[in-house]
Design a protein around this ligand. Structure first.
Ligand code: ZN
Ligand code: ZN
Length: 603
């Protein structure tokens, strides 16, 4: 199956980029310098962040045990009753849930409450002057019970609504200052923390087997001791214990495990740090601190009583986080693969230098001979060797070459005005023509002058009009747009006429057809026949009819002119010949009836 053999050929193909190698000490040095920086950075990141390791987050369990005895400081009001009593761990710690524990630092006690009818504690919301200020069956969300609709005396000065509640109603009071249990500062807490990395099959705990049970944590002197003094925890977090103790608060104990489980550098010990987690501001309207209520119940003479305690204290949340890493070949390969692209940095940077120092900066530089232009010239050379310019082929783009201008002009046919001669166009650098093939051809003795040497011939090609003979007389009055005096008016209809209105010169002067090179390169029939033969070595027998032979030579001459003045075949395909040249060629290889097609659109 021939179709499939061609698809197999396509499968077994390999495409690769063509690379330009520039021999340059400067750019070679820059390349190696950038490569070294990249290599240094990659190695540094690899080692410092241990990017060769497979990392896994820690899983953990926490248990905390608070110890210490506090004596209640003497206070005013309700606290006075409790003055002198002793609090141990059972009194001041409350049910540990999750990874946190609570230590009471301050409290308000309401003793001997029983369920009956009594007046509310007088506040702005509860005072009344008559029964109309109270509503039967209504419960104030901030009140203590269900209203009976009566307004009764609380004391000699205040009347409040009567409620069905635990009586006497709890007083609305500020937390005692200083805190009643401010000696809780000296309590200690033992934190037991077991952690594990299941993926690495590794478990450990924060308490070492050789722990001295009487130690106390200190940031620098004893950083591994798991027994913490509460006052130290707050001090490390930048807080004052006796101030936080009044209203209560929430503290975070952070345990960070950064474990390296590689055998050659094993390390897995916790780091402790502390921070306050609740809002520090003590603005009353924002309800600062941390408090809750609990009650102790008892029976007396078959009547149920309770002691209500509003507790202020500090909740300690233990936050365990961290990662464990172990060498993993896949991680290493992925890291190396992801960093390879950084080595392209040198190419990007040097290409940028070449482009910047050859184009924009050197536009003004090319014709001057100052020292700063030297790198520009070198870069210009690299730039030309590296980049190949291709203009998008468009049927409306035409190229025009004037003998008195160094560059070629690119003109868009769509933007053409009155005539091609006056079109502004965009300058395009003239491609470097390869004259070696031309100079190899035998030059016919058209002129009586001695044969010029190869160097001289090339110089003449670049300056076609140097030493040109006096212009021949024109074949009639030349049109207004002509600058050389040898063009003829276009016979084409209006839309295509401007395309034929083109002279060989931009400024007045001698015509290019008067150059001896024009005769040698474009008009010489022997050369044209040779070129036709080169194209078709066997099939180019001269046609019998003289008209057909002249037509072939004429078209070959057009192509010769385009190749001479526009360099490579790329531009010559879209080139437009000046009127004087076309008519000079037509005079050499005429049509019998003298009717020429004129400019034709390619399509
Ligand atoms: Zn002219
Ligand atoms: Zn001319």
């Amino acid at each position: 199956m021939p179709a499939c053999s061609s698809c197999w050929n396509e499968v077994f193909q390999y495409e690769t980029n063509k690379v330009t190698q520039i021999q340059s000490t400067n750019y070679g040095t820059i390349k190696w310098f950038l490569h070294m920086i990249v290599l240094f950075y990659i190695s540094f990141a690899l080692l410092s962040d241990k990017l060769y390791q497979q990392k896994e987050p820690v899983i953990s369990s926490v248990n905390a045990k608070v110890k210490g005895i506090a004596e209640v400081a003497g206070g005013a009001g309700a606290a006075a009753a409790a003055a002198g009593s002793i609090f141990d761990a059972a009194d001041y710690t409350f049910g540990l849930q999750g990874n946190s524990f609570f230590v009471m630092t301050n409290f308000l006690k309401t003793e001997g409450q029983q369920q009956k009818l009594c007046p509310e504690y007088p506040t702005r919301r509860t005072v009344c002057s008559s029964d109309r200020g109270c509503k039967k069956g209504w419960t104030d969300p901030l009140g203590k019970g269900i209203q009976t609709g009566k307004c009764i005396s609380f004391n000699a000065t205040h009347k409040t609504c009567e409620v069905w509640a635990w009586c006497p109603a709890e007083a609305v009071e500020e937390a005692p200052r200083p805190a009643l249990l401010s000696s809780a500062e000296n309590f200690t807490v033992l934190i037991k923390n077991n952690i594990g990395f299941p993926g690495h099959n590794y478990t450990t705990r924060n308490i070492l087997p050789d722990l001295n049970v009487s130690c106390t944590f200190h940031k620098t002197q004893n950083p591994q001791c798991p027994i913490f003094r509460l006052g130290d925890i707050l001090r490390e977090a930048g807080e004052n214990f006796s101030e936080v103790a009044i209203q209560g608060g929430i503290m975070g104990i952070e345990i960070y495990w950064d474990c390296n489980l590689d055998q050659w550098s094993h390390h897995c010990r916790p780091k402790y740090s502390f921070r306050r987690l609740d809002n520090k501001t003590t603005n009353e309207s924002l309800i600062p601190g941390y408090n809750f209520r609990f009650a102790k119940y008892y029976r007396e003479n078959n009547v149920e009583y309770r002691t209500l305690i509003k507790v202020f204290g500090i909740r300690f949340d233990i936050l365990v986080f961290g990662t464990g890493g172990k060498f993993d070949i896949i991680q290493l390969v992925v890291y190396i693969g992801s960093t390879l692209s950084y080595f392209g940095l040198a190419t990007v940077f040097i290409d940028f230098l070449i482009k910047t120092y050859s184009n924009s900066l050197c536009q003004t530089c090319v014709y001057s001979s100052c020292k700063c232009c030297k790198p520009c010239m070198v870069n210009e050379y690299y730039y030309r060797k590296k980049f190949e310019f291709i203009v998008e082929p468009s049927p409306t783009l035409k190229y025009v070459s004037f003998v008195d201008e160094p560059h070629i002009r690119m003109v868009d046919q769509k933007l053409l005005g009155k005539s091609l001669q006056d079109a502004k166009g965009r300058p395009v650098p003239r491609p470097e023509a390869d004259f070696t093939a031309l100079s190899a051809l035998p030059l016919p003795d058209l002129d009586p002058d001695p044969q010029p040497g190869p160097d001289e011939a090339e110089a003449e090609e670049l300056q076609p009009l140097r030493g040109a003979p006096a212009p021949e007389p024109a074949d009639g009055p030349s049109p207004g747009w002509c600058r050389c005096g040898r063009c003829r008016p276009s016979a084409l209809p209006e839309p295509r006429r401007p395309l034929e209105e083109l002279c060989c010169r931009r400024a007045p002067g001698p015509c290019i057809t008067s150059s001896p090179l024009f005769a040698a390169l474009v008009l010489c029939p022997r050369r044209l026949r040779l070129l036709l033969l080169l194209r078709e070595p066997l099939g180019a027998a001269p046609p019998a009819a003289a008209a057909a032979a002249a037509r072939r030579l004429r078209h070959c001459a057009y192509r010769c002119y385009a190749a001479w003045r526009f360099g490579g075949a790329d531009l010559a395909d879209f080139a437009i010949l000046p009127s004087c040249c076309r008519w000079r060629i037509r005079r050499e290889f005429p049509r019998a009836d003298g009717r020429y097609r004129g400019f034709q659109s390619p399509c």
